[in-house]
Design a protein around this ligand. Sequence first.
Ligand code: ADP
Ligand code: MG
Length: 370
Amino acid sequence: MAGVTLTNTTKIYPGVKNAAPAVNAINLEVKDHEFVALIGPSGCGKSTTLRMIAGLESVTSGQIHIGETLVNDLTPRARNIAMVFQNYALYPTLTNFENIAFGLRVAKMPKYKITEEVNRVARSLELDGMLDRYPRQLSGGQRQRVALGRAIVRDPQVFLLDEPLSNLDAKMRVQMRYELIELHKKLNTTTIYVTHDQIEAMTMAHRIVIMDRGVVQQIGTPTEVYTRPANTFVGSFIGTPPMNFIEGRVDIINDVPCFDNSNMRIEITKEQYDKVMENKVHSVYMGIRPENLRIVSDTDEDTRHVVKGQVHFTELIGADQNIHVNLGKRDRVIVRVPTDISVIDDEMISLRLNVNHLLFYDMNTGDLVS
Ligand code: ADP
Ligand code: MG
């Protein structure tokens, strides 16, 4: 097994005039045994990145190393990686056994050994009993397991998976997610997993790479990218519902450091104020996650972090509900609270912001400043 290192790796597809690079100088070090997810909106360059690592797409500039080896000019086969695609890419005219065995036959492994290996992998994926059938005779989830089997059986240095669960229905997707987590625990193979589904990325990966328009926006653990998004794009992309952003200014008002706009004035900590000033910024977006707002009684005496708003509507989502609240004319926030708190549409309510979880973003660049 081996890690994967991308150094200023760039892809510009030929013949596409004036297009921005599909992947723009990505730097990423995936450690040996690590599970890393690439996530971002459609067209942000996830598949292109994976295909360059696999050798299915050439690299325009920069380097890719697998372990210590520079692989830019190596064929896919010489890289000893295995790739699993969204559409499974199984051979319809071959049995499931032959589909799994395919790479081993090409590699001229002895027949008895192939049988042994395919059976071993089929057992671990609970596919024994289905090996004589054809892919069309399986459910989507089983087909995806055959595709995984074909990847695992080759004992690759690195697994590359491109949206492998996207074609499955919601329930099967959850089950396969658990199976993939189990599989990684068992095999410990370095894995790079492309998805547009943040739940998959957050639940499976050790670290997440968030991309937008060919550029890496942030690399971090699920907790890091959730609690401290590096910019407003990441804050909006990660989290359902997304982070709330409220426009305003950071200033000292009557000797007190504050976040201020036409609807609200919130006392912030000296530390938060100083960090914003270090970055020479005044106009900011204040970022706050929906669970860091609470509904409080109007008679609450501590009003430093309380704002008033009007309930617009409520979405029930099992144990929690998302309450959409208008603050004055312009600002709207989503508050996430347990369902035992009941509010009605158009009701005026008071919200307390958890000041320790406030983040501040430069309004011009969108970057985190405090
Ligand atoms: P993702 O997998 O994140 O949805 P892709 O890596 O497939 O994104 O695509 C990144 C960008 O490169 C997109 O703008 C896409 O249109 C472009 N692109 C992808 N494949 C090709 C290709 N073969 N030729 C030209 N442009 C391509
Ligand atoms: Mg893709």
